[in-house]
Design a protein around this ligand. Structure first.
Ligand code: C5P
Length: 247
């Protein structure tokens, strides 16, 4: 039984407004990608790690991750693609036949705890081909579409959207990473997803969505607030508080 973790770190993170890729931004003295890699390694259920990095930064990322004593795993670094989906596909190409479980985790969720990683892997090993961590939704959520009348207004005014539905929030989950998969299922899902992305110019924002599109079941295990996604400076501040709380 071999588990490979693909750690996606190839995004630019432009919303953080720094002049370096988000995965290399520091949090409590260490780059986000290293926080994520250390927690994957600490789970004890990951056998090898593939990190996707922005083109040109493979050397730097390798030094950060593979050179860290807490990341006591074989580490490979590959150039990512122009979308997250393409980056995961690049990592997945390194998952040989000997790998049976693949985790896909975002460096943008640096504090996902080892216990969460173990929960996801355990559910895949119990026979679920695709598993995502999820949290209940606390806000009321609306589905919107652009109102025809508003499109004209939106040219120089604020974008106006029309509400089409208020889904029952009790049945909604905010999903996180790591997401866990039977390797063969994820390979099939990405192959189908690549054809769709080429035809529709629309890349998936998570891997479970590609499995859903195949009509295969995706299951949810309890997520963790600590697996929050870093998008803004404010998120970094909150993550800094979480690191303090951990120690
Ligand atoms: O941009 P966003 O924060 O949604 O990215 C989620 C994760 O996907 C991040 O860890 C980012 O580094 C990664 N990513 C990637 N390749 C891309 C775009 C994003 O590996 N082309």
């Amino acid at each position: 039984m071999t588990t490979l973790a693909i750690l996606t770190a190839a995004g630019s993170g432009s919303r953080l407004g720094r002049d370096l890729p988000k995965a290399l931004v520091g949090l409590a003295g260490f780059p986000l990608v290293l926080h994520a890699a250390r927690r994957l390694a600490a789970s004890g259920v990951v056998d090898m790690l593939v990190v996707t990095c922005p083109p040109g930064l493979a050397g730097a990322v390798r030094e950060i991750v593979a050179g860290d004593p807490q990341v006591d795993l074989p580490v490979r670094v590959v150039d990512g693609g122009t979308t997250r989906q393409a980056s995961v596909a690049a990592g997945l190409r390194l998952a040989g036949e000997g790998v049976d479980v693949v985790l896909v985790h975002d460096a943008a969720r640096p504090l996902a705890p080892p216990a969460l990683v173990r929960r996801v892997v355990a559910a895949v090993r119990r026979g679920h081909p695709a598993v995502v961590p999820g949290l209940p939704v606390v806000d009321t959520v609306k589905r919107v579409e652009l109102a025809a009348v508003a499109v004209a207004e939106a040219a120089d005014g604020p974008l106006v959207e029309r509400v089409v539905e208020t889904p029952d929030r009790g049945l909604l989950r905010v999903v996180q990473t790591p997401q866990g998969f039977d390797r063969a299922v994820l390979v099939r899902a990405h192959a189908a997803g690549a054809s769709r992305a080429a035809a529709e110019h629309l890349a998936a924002t998570d891997d479970a969505g590609l499995v859903e599109a195949l009509g295969l079941p995706v299951h949810v295990v309890a997520g963790d607030e600590a697996a929050m996604k870093i998008t803004t400076e404010r998120d970094l501040l909150v993550a800094g508080l979480l690191v303090e709380e951990e120690s």
